[in-house]
Ligand binder design. Structure first.
Ligand SMILES: N[C@@H](CCC(=O)N[C@@H](CS)C(=O)NCC(=O)O)C(=O)O
Length: 263
């Protein structure tokens, strides 16, 4: 990593990363890409963005950027490094590690810092292994209203069982932090969608009330979903309409078979 020296008040020179040139290949409807936008905003890094139209086949040039053909992908150059990084969690982790900040302490800061990283990782892993899949199952896999309500209730129960206890010291962010951490960078775009998509078309409205009853989760979720770094690329009306349209189209294409396939 290229560094320049910054002199602290105490006179000791500490390395700070060179300002990189960043290009983010993204789509504002993608919750995974949204993670990277949040990280960049929190770190105060400016970037160019290239919006990839996910409704069309990717053009050849994009496969040279990301052979998987998906967003996000980020080109990071700073004179010494010129690298395309893919996979949202990896990009976010890279940015947080390359640009030390309030998001996450460096692992060698102290034994407590390494443990805090463990706690963040466990929290994020818990959300994505035990909770998030239930949201998509509810949206995509429930053919009728009653089934959707049941799946939404399963989602809320999983939040209560697995997430609520891990937020006991949130203040309002993870682990007692007053500012966003890497945990929110990785999860907040999904929490935003839980609430903004609870319109009885995409996701049952009934999910909201049980979540509001959870003291830790509700406070944390309110803080996540009102944070400027989370909201600056989010246009709720546009996003809700896009998802409604896509669901409608998917149902038409696959009919009943589609509706049942995730059950
Ligand atoms: N594991 C990937 C998932 C990214 C992903 O699924 N991106 C979707 C958009 S949300 C995509 O680009 N899909 C390609 C397509 O729809 O053709 C990550 O975390 O970066």
């Amino acid at each position: 990593m290229a560094t320049t020296a910054t002199t602290t008040l105490a006179g000791a020179a500490t390395p700070t990363p060179a300002i990189p040139k960043l290009t983010l290949y993204t789509n504002h409807g993608c919750p995974w890409a949204h993670r990277v936008h949040i990280a960049l905003r929190e770190l105060g890094l400016s970037y160019d963005e290239v919006i990839i139209d996910l409704d069309r086949p990717r053009e050849e040039w994009f496969y040279k950027i990301n052979p998987r053909g998906i967003v996000p992908a980020m080109r990071y150059s700073n004179g010494q490094i010129d690298e395309v990084i893919t996979e949202s969690a990896i990009i976010a982790q890279f940015l947080a590690d390359a640009h030390p900040s309030h998001l996450v302490p460096a692992s060698n800061d102290s034994p407590a810092a390494a443990l805090f990283r463990v706690r963040i990782n466990f929290f994020v892993d818990t959300y994505f292994t035990r909770v998030n899949p239930l949201m998509w199952a509810c949206i995509l896999g429930a053919p009728d209203k009653q089934k959707r309500e049941e799946k939404a209730a399963d989602f809320a129960k999983a939040v209560e069982k697995d997430i609520e206890p891990l937020l006991s010291d949130a203040a309002p962010y993870f682990g007692g932090s007053e500012k966003l951490t890497l945990a929110e960078v990785q999860i907040a775009s999904f929490i935003l969608r839980v609430f903004d998509f609870a319109d009885d078309i995409i996701f049952p409205k009934s999910v909201v009330e049980p979540l509001r009853q959870l003291p830790n989760f509700s406070k944390w979720a309110a803080a996540c979903t009102s944070h400027e770094s989370v909201l600056y690329i989010w246009d709720k009306e546009v996003r809700v309409q896009r998802v409604r349209d896509r669901l409608e189209m998917a149902k038409k294409i696959a009919g009943k078979k589609y509706a049942g396939q995730y059950e």
